[in-house]
Design a protein around this ligand. Structure first.
Ligand code: 0WD
Length: 273
């Protein structure tokens, strides 16, 4: 039981398809005690049964943009646990209209919303949990290849993920003073509630499936297991990292599809025959 005796906070479960659900599951299966947050009343109805599934009744309201919620989160964690060992930040949001069309048309309002909810929230959440986080603890966030590279429709969220990945590095230095580690998992595309807001997401899923070295898309369970590793003492020497859990898609320098002599689209392994 790798996480036996560890206590952690999971932020960003919307339902049992959420990436944070996969991470919670992997941590629970390895013996961790968990607390959860929900964004609003509507999501509370989804999060409470999930908390029960993981034998927890520690469920707090948290809109990461609300400083009062962050303040009461720190108090609740202190009352319920004293200290905790890890935090999962699995939160992102951008207005739907900013996730389609051209990036050049992004409004200042959409830009600010995306950066505030998806990037600054990691900074403010980390600061809020610092007083209740044990030395040697671990903070994990979720990012996507649309940060370092262009991905169609990802637009302002790509810019937010680039800033998130930079924030991981700066936080890693601050938190390193107390042996607290800060890392990100860059997950391959997964069909979740948040992903459904991205224009033409099915095309992105198909593209990754064809072009990834493993020839398939990653699962929430797989991201969960890798997340558990980064939150555990197995990763005690790892900080400031962006760890890809994407069936290898990010290493590809070329796509797997091309045209044959007749101009028909073929997969690279068929062209080799
Ligand atoms: O393909 C994907 N699904 C990928 C997601 C690939 C790579 C990375 N990611 C990232 C996302 O960008 C995000 O940072 O993983 C993280 C989790 O996303 P998810 O699991 O794909 O999506 P979802 O199940 O919707 O969970 C995100 C949740 C929100 O759900 P909704 O759908 O209601 O926006 O983030 C939470 C909320 O529960 N959230 C907030 N929590 C607190 N305060 C806030 C907020 N202001 N806004 C959203």
């Amino acid at each position: 039981m790798i996480m036996k005796g560890k206590k952690g906070l999971i932020v960003g479960i919307a339902n049992n398809k959420s990436i944070a659900y996969g991470i919670a599951k992997a941590c629970f299966e390895q013996g961790a005690d968990l607390a959860f947050t929900y964004l609003n009343e509507q999501l509370e109805k989804r999060v409470r049964p999930i908390a029960s599934e993981f034998k927890s009744d520690k469920v707090y309201e948290l809109d990461v943009n609300n400083p009062e919620h962050l303040e009461s989160l720190t108090k609740s964690l202190e009352e319920d646990f004293g200290k905790i060992d890890f935090v999962v930040h699995s939160v992102a949001f951008a207005p739907r209209e900013a996730l389609a069309g051209d990036f050049i048309d992004t409004t200042r309002e959409a830009f600010d919303i995306a950066m505030g909810t998806s990037v600054y929230s990691l900074v403010s959440l980390s600061r809020a949990v610092m007083p209740v986080l044990n030395d040697g603890g671990s903070i994990l966030t979720l990012t996507y290849l649309g940060g370092p590279k262009y991905i169609p429709h990802y637009n302002v969220m790509g810019v937010a993920k680039a800033a998130l990945e930079a924030s991981v590095r700066y936080l890693a230095v601050d938190c390193g003073k107390r042996q607290i580690r800060v890392n990100a998992i860059s997950a391959g595309p997964i069909k979740t509630l948040a992903a459904s807001g991205i224009g033409d997401f099915r095309m992105i899923l198909n593209w990754n499936e064809i072009n990834a070295p493993l020839g398939r898309n990653v699962t929430t369970d797989e991201v969960g297991k890798s997340g558990m590793y980064l939150l555990s003492d197995l990763a005690s020497g790892v900080t400031g990292e962006v760890h890809y859990v994407d069936c290898g898609y990010n290493i590809m320098g070329m796509g797997m599809a091309s045209k044959d002599e007749d101009g028909k689209t073929k997969l690279a392994w068929d062209l080799k025959k």
